[in-house]
Design a protein around this ligand. Structure first.
Ligand SMILES: Nc1ncnc2c1ncn2[C@@H]1O[C@H](COP(=O)(O)OP(=O)(O)OP(=O)(O)O)[C@@H](O)[C@H]1O
Length: 269
């Protein structure tokens, strides 16, 4: 990083629960004749401030559903999601606007997540506009570009002028612009070449440390979660089958399913 980020007034290393899911269920569809599809079957999850949590699972485990709930884009069928102890209620617009500012996302593929017709400056400033955050937008754009290792002359360029890794840096800068407490990554490095992947993982680690950011990573890839996250939650069929410190989950998996996932990883961190 070219500039040292400042953590503002967020205490680095504070371990208070930031986001807490309590028996969260999410069902889809269903009628008198057919039962609903259960995407999440009562998930408990605590994300502590300043920590990194990985949520792993195979296709259909419920990761996308959980991600949408974490981003405040969907509501549980039952159970609660609380932010700093206050239950989220999607009907409370002011609360949800604050929450969406606090929790920002980096998606898997910057080729589709960045608008090719917009300059980098507009892309990075976009959440400030949509969340109606005032202040010196131009200075903020330069600041967050610096944090992700991009020069200010990137501002006037378009996504197509950058490599895959640099595009993902732009997406990370955009997520950082509104000063979130939580950065959620939806397979944020899976689409990158292996060498670039390491660099972007280093960047995410550095941001977590230097900004006191809380990192939630959703991935099918146990190796990526193993390298980036202090805690790991294993999801299968909408249920948490295992959760704990990553080191323990990797070295002493309690669930047979976790052992199967681990067996599929060629080299563990
Ligand atoms: N909008 C929806 N309508 C009906 N069923 C859904 C909907 N969204 C998810 N599901 C179902 O819920 C289950 C979990 O889906 P989800 O997309 O959350 O899993 P996932 O772990 O993200 O998988 P993938 O990695 O393939 O995206 C699946 O059985 C899926 O078919």
């Amino acid at each position: 990083m070219s500039d040292q980020p400042t953590s503002g007034d967020r205490p680095v290393g504070d371990a208070a629960p930031l986001v807490a899911l309590d028996r969260v269920r999410r069902e889809f569809g269903g009628s008198r004749r057919t039962p609903p599809t259960t995407a999440l079957a009562g998930v408990d999850l605590t994300v502590r401030a300043g920590r990194s949590v990985g949520i792993v699972g195979e296709s259909g485990a419920g990761k996308s559903t959980l991600l949408r709930l974490l981003l405040g884009l969907d509501s549980p069928t039952s159970g609660t999601i609380a932010y700093r102890g206050a239950p989220l209620d999607r009907r409370d617009r002011a609360l949800m606007r604050r929450y969406r500012r606090e929790v920002q996302v980096v998606l898997q593929d910057p080729r589709t997540s960045l608008d090719p017709r917009m300059t980098v400056a507009r892309i990075v400033a976009e959440p400030l506009r949509s969340l109606r955050i005032g202040g010196d937008v131009s200075a903020r754009v330069d600041e967050v570009l610096g944090w992700v290792g991009l020069d200010p002359d990137a501002r006037t360029k378009y996504p197509a002028q950058f490599s895959g890794g640099q595009r993902q840096r732009i997406a990370i800068a955009r997520a950082l612009a509104p000063s979130p407490s939580v950065l959620v990554g939806d397979e944020p490095v899976s689409a990158l070449d292996v060498s670039v992947r390491e660099q972007v993982m280093d960047l995410l680690r550095g941001l977590q440390r230097d900004l006191g950011l809380t990192l939630v990573l959703v991935s099918h890839d146990m190796a990526i979660v193993g390298q980036l996250c202090e805690e790991t939650v294993v999801l299968r069929g909408g249920e948490v089958v295992e959760a704990g410190p990553t080191r323990e989950v990797l070295t002493r998996p309690a669930a047979a399913y976790t052992r199967e996932l681990l067996a599929a990883v060629p080299t563990l961190p």
